[in-house]
Design a protein. Structure first.
Length: 142
């Protein structure tokens, strides 16, 4: 068994299981606020035969098919924590109104893809761009 350790909890899991944990942080919600700015980290395994770029392109196709009013603002290859990354910036209309998101995918250890998704309502996007930039600029790999 492998040991999973977090500041709040530790436990054992079978060694051959994949870490599919999700990490999420959100701004403190204000009264009446329906969507708080947030950043979510998810993990996935890079499918055999795919590259980071082809994985990102498949994610883009799925997003475009599944989101109401999807509008790709930018697709950019960049560096994140000293590693190659692909970032998608897009808008769409959710149940609470217009949303702006940034999906930044980077290769983690072994064949893992780490995806950072930032979300904010469109009317607050300009206010949070610098916050999200700082969060992503702080990414480091051991």
């Amino acid at each position: 068994m492998a040991r999973y350790e977090h500041s709040d909890v530790t436990f054992d899991v079978p060694r051959d299981w994949s870490d599919r944990s999700v990490v999420a942080f959100a701004e403190p919600a204000k009264e009446g606020q329906r969507t708080a700015a947030n950043v979510v980290l998810t993990r996935d395994t890079l499918p055999k035969g795919q590259t980071l770029k082809s994985y990102a392109d498949k994610q883009l196709v799925e997003l475009a098919k599944g989101m109401n009013g999807f509008d790709l603002r930018k697709r950019e290859e960049k560096m994140l924590g000293g590693r190659e990354a692909v970032e998608l910036r897009f808008g769409w209309t959710g149940g609470n109104g217009p949303i702006e998101q940034r999906l930044t995918m980077v290769m983690g250890p072994k064949d893992k893809i780490l995806s950072f998704t930032t979300t904010v309502t469109r009317d607050k996007a300009g206010k949070f761009d610098a916050v999200f930039d700082r969060i992503l600029a702080s990414v480091k790999f051991p």
